[in-house]
Design a protein around this ligand. Structure first.
Ligand code: PMP
Length: 402
């Protein structure tokens, strides 16, 4: 009697398999732990550091100051000023004003609203699963996946051919799930290709603070162009995933205005006292540098332990992540050729799970990388990584000897 299908923008969203994987990990951990060993978790992008105390204190101070009323649409001026200072200090950008900024509920809302501006787009494959499973159907978009090469470098001809006629290109730098950092030259070429094809760039910079080996994050906002929509978040940089606060920066004031309207319509703006805490996080450089430095040093250690352990194993092809906290090894050489289709998608995932190693299978990040799995080292300490390497050795040395 009542309608059973609802608007396509919601009906077509698929819940990320990463959520169901986490449920499966919980269930299988109980089984696995009966053998006296623990499940080693590499499946989630959650960070095992707490939000720094100075930010928590600032949120309390915000409450005490009475910042409990409706927020200003698109963000409070004090936070926008902090963001402008940050952009000048870190990226040398000084031609922007508060009108170029929209404060959002995490990077997620900034991305979702930006995707909604358009009717078709493209992005590299592999790509963050949420872009494919949530933003694309929610915005009702056509989306073209452009595969990176095996070493995650860019095939520029393919990029040019595929962005032609597209409204936007989604770029995630540093990248989830590969840990790839697009360097200055790559970034410039990508931006040039998009620009000469009349294409906007939705630039997801969620992992801006996690680049290793002395590299520096270069934001696309450094390019003085109206086709750039840069999305930032407090979630990863300050381990504030549950606070839900981020911001969009664009020189295109028409776009900023539309995003502000979208943000107002959806949520009427981000919780006022949290904006106060976010401003403190950006302004208190000494505390921020200390907190970020500590996380970054720990992630670098974990990355090194994971990389040097896996690098030695036969049949696993991997690139050392330069940023973020993910590794995306490929197992083509160890998957028997007769294993195909759905069975192939989960082959390595299942093999690892049986040894108590939880990962995410590559097809969650697009259809071109089914022989990969993603390992997140955001919440796996080095001793557990070493234990995991021992288990990898058992699985893969045995297989190559056979
Ligand atoms: N971009 C990428 C690539 C991500 O992995 C994430 C979160 N995992 C986000 C954006 C958004 O994070 P948040 O909404 O917490 O800011």
């Amino acid at each position: 009697m009542f309608r059973e299908r609802f608007d396509a923008s919601l009906e077509n969203i698929r819940m990320s398999p990463i959520v169901s994987i986490s449920e499966e990990v919980r269930r299988r951990s109980r089984e696995f732990e009966k053998s006296g060993r623990s499940m080693i978790r590499f499946q989630r992008g959650e960070i095992d550091f707490s939000t720094p105390q100075f930010i928590i204190s600032a949120a309390k101070e915000g409450l005490d100051r009475g910042l409990t009323k409706y927020p200003k649409s698109g963000g409070e001026d004090f936070l926008k000023q902090s963001i402008l200072r940050k952009l000048e200090r870190e990226q040398g950008v000084n031609d922007l004003s508060p009108d170029n900024i929209v404060v959002t509920y995490g990077g997620q809302e900034g991305l979702e609203l930006s995707f909604k501006l358009f009717s078709n787009g493209a992005g590299f494959s592999p790509t963050w699963s949420c872009a494919l499973e949530n933003f694309v159907p929610y915005a009702g978009l056509d989306f073209t996946e452009i595969p990176l090469k095996d070493d995650f470098s860019v095939d520029y001809e393919r990029l040019e051919a595929n962005v032609r006629g597209k409204d936007f290109f989604y770029l995630n730098n540093p990248q989830n799930p590969t840990g790839k950092v697009f360097d200055k030259g790559e970034l410039k070429t990508i931006v040039d290709i998009c620009t000469r094809n009349g294409c906007y760039i939705i630039s997801d910079e969620a992992y801006e603070k996690f680049v290793y080996d002395g590299l520096e994050h270069r934001s696309t906002i450094q390019y003085c162009q109206e086709n750039i929509i840069a999305i930032f978040t407090m979630s990863k940089s300050f381990s504030m995933t549950g606070w839900r606060i981020g911001y969009v920066v664009t020189r295109n004031k028409r776009i900023a205005q539309l995003l502000r309207l979208g943000n107002y319509t959806q949520t009427a703006g981000v919780t006022t006292f949290l904006q106060y805490a976010a401003a403190k996080a950006l302004d208190d450089q000494a505390n921020a540098d200390r907190a970020i430095g500590e996380m970054k040093a720990e992630f670098a250690k974990r990355r090194d332990a994971l990389y040097s352990g896996l690098e030695r194993l036969p049949g696993i092809r991997l690139s050392k992540p330069e940023g973020a906290f993910y590794m995306f090894p490929n197992f083509t050489e160890v998957i028997p050729p007769h294993v195909r289709g759905k069975q192939r998608e989960k082959y390595i995932y299942e093999l690892l799970m049986q040894q108590g190693i939880a990962t995410v299978y590559g097809s969650c990040f697009g259809r071109h990388f089914v022989d990969n799995v993603r390992l997140s080292f955001s919440a796996t300490p080095v001793d557990q990584i070493e234990e995991a390497i021992g288990r990898f050795e058992q699985i893969f040395s045995k297989r190559s000897a056979a």
